[in-house]
Design a protein around this ligand. Structure first.
Ligand code: DGJ
Length: 341
C-alpha cells in the first residue's frame, strides 16, 4: 500500500467512525451520513412513524452584517429549510432542501434577501398534510411575521402559503406545538419581543383561530421550546440578546394557554448562567417518556458553523433541571432505534 492509499484509507476509516458510530459531542461538528456537517439551525424534530425528521435553517456559507442596521444584525441569505431523517437520533441522512427560496420574485417573503428562521413542522392527522411554521422577516427584522408552508410528505417539497402577523401582532422567534388532543398552537415572541403569545391554530393548522393568550408580558423572552410532562406544560426560553448567549428560564402551567409561572434558569453546571453559550430551540419527547432539550450554539460571524447542544431534561420535586454533559447519549436512557421498539 503506497502512502497516498494509506492516507486515503485512514481518512475513509476515520470518516466511517464519525458517520457510523456518530455519537455527537455537544458543540463539535456533527456530520450527516454523507459526511457533511449537519446544517439545520434553529431547528425542531418531528417524529412520524418510525422516523425522526429534523428541520432547520440551512445557513448559507457567507455571513454578513446587514448594512444600515444599528444593532449587530448578522445574517446569511435565505438558502432554504433543510430536512434530515434518522431512526436513532445519531445518524442523520440529508433529505434535501424542503422549502426553497423564491429567487425569481424580489417581493416574495422567501426571497434570498429575507430572513427565515426557526422552522418547525407538525403533522395534521385530519388533512394528512405536514405543516411548517417559521419566523419570516426582512433584513432588518422589522417585518416581524410568521410564515406557513405545507407538504404532502415529511421530506417535502413544502409549498409556501403566506407570511402574516398572527392576531395582528408582531411575530419573531416562534415554535409550534401539537397537543395530545390534536389541537395545535403557535407560540411566538411579540410586542417588540417583550411578550410571548400562545395562539390556537385552526383545525387545518394553517391559520389562527383568534383565541390567544399574552404571556410573560414585559419579560422579553424568546427562543421558545415547549413540551408536556406529567400533565403539565413546560416552556424553555432565552432572554433577548441577539446571537449572544444569555440566561435561560422556564415556565410551567396546567393549561397549554397558561397562566404560566415563570421560573429561574433550569441549566446547571459550568456556564449555566449563559445557557452553556447556547439558546433553546426545541424540546423533543423520547419514547421512554423523557425529553431532550435542543439548543443552538450560535457563531454570529460565521452562522453556518453554529453548533448543536442537546441535553437531557431532569425532573425532581424541586422542578426541572438541564445539567451540562458533553455527550447526551451517555445520559439519555433509551436510544433504541424506533424500528426496534
Ligand atoms: C435571536 C433569535 O433567537 C435568533 O433566532 C435570531 O433571530 C437572532 N436573535 C438574530 O439576532
Amino acid at each position: 500500500m503506497n502512502r497516498l492509499t494509506l492516507t486515503l484509507t485512514t481518512l475513509f476509516a476515520t470518516a466511517c467512525v464519525w458517520a457510523g458510530d456518530n455519537a455527537p459531542v455537544n458543540g463539535d461538528v456533527w456530520l450527516d451520513t454523507s459526511l457533511n456537517p449537519i446544517n439545520a439551525h434553529g431547528g425542531g424534530i418531528m417524529r412520524h412513524g418510525d422516523t425522526y425528521y429534523w428541520y432547520g435553517e440551512y445557513k448559507g456559507e457567507e455571513t454578513y452584517r446587514s448594512p444600515d442596521v444599528g444593532w449587530e444584525c448578522y445574517r446569511t441569505d435565505f438558502t432554504g429549510v433543510s430536512c434530515y431523517s434518522s431512526t436513532d437520533l445519531i445518524n442523520w441522512k440529508f433529505e434535501g432542501i424542503v422549502l426553497s427560496p423564491d429567487a425569481e420574485n424580489p417581493s416574495s417573503d422567501i426571497h434570498p434577501t429575507m430572513v427565515v428562521e426557526r422552522p418547525k413542522v407538525i403533522y395534521n392527522d385530519n388533512t394528512g398534510k405536514f405543516v411548517m411554521w417559521m419566523h419570516i422577516d426582512n433584513a432588518n427584522y422589522w417585518q416581524a411575521t410568521a410564515g406557513v408552508a405545507v407538504s404532502d410528505s415529511p421530506t417535502g417539497p413544502f409549498t409556501f402559503i403566506e407570511a402574516v402577523r398572527p392576531n395582528n401582532a408582531e411575530s419573531r422567534d416562534l415554535t409550534v406545538y401539537k397537543d395530545d388532543d390534536g389541537h395545535a398552537y403557535l407560540i411566538y415572541s411579540s410586542e417588540g419581543n417583550a411578550t410571548l403569545y400562545i395562539s390556537r391554530l385552526t383545525d387545518d393548522y394553517l391559520k389562527q383561530t383568534g383565541v390567544f393568550t399574552r404571556n410573560f408580558a414585559g419579560e422579553s423572552r424568546e427562543a421558545p421550546a415547549i413540551f408536556k410532562h406529567n400533565g403539565k406544560y413546560y416552556i424553555i426560553t432565552s432572554g433577548c440578546s441577539g446571537w449572544s448567549p444569555n440566561e435561560a428560564a422556564y415556565a410551567v402551567a396546567d393549561n397549554v394557554m397558561g397562566p404560566y409561572q415563570l421560573l429561574p434558569n433550569p441549566c446547571t453546571g459550568v456556564d449555566a448562567d449563559k445557557t452553556f453559550y447556547c439558546q433553546s430551540t426545541f424540546a423533543l419527547p423520547l419514547p421512554d417518556g423523557s425529553f431532550l432539550a435542543m439548543f443552538d450554539r450560535w457563531k454570529k460571524d460565521d452562522l453556518v458553523d453554529s453548533r448543536y447542544v442537546w441535553l437531557p431534561i431532569s425532573f425532581s420535586e424541586e422542578g426541572m433541571t438541564i445539567p451540562w454533559s458533553e455527550n447526551w447519549t451517555d445520559t439519555t436512557p433509551d436510544m433504541t432505534p424506533l424500528s426496534q421498539e
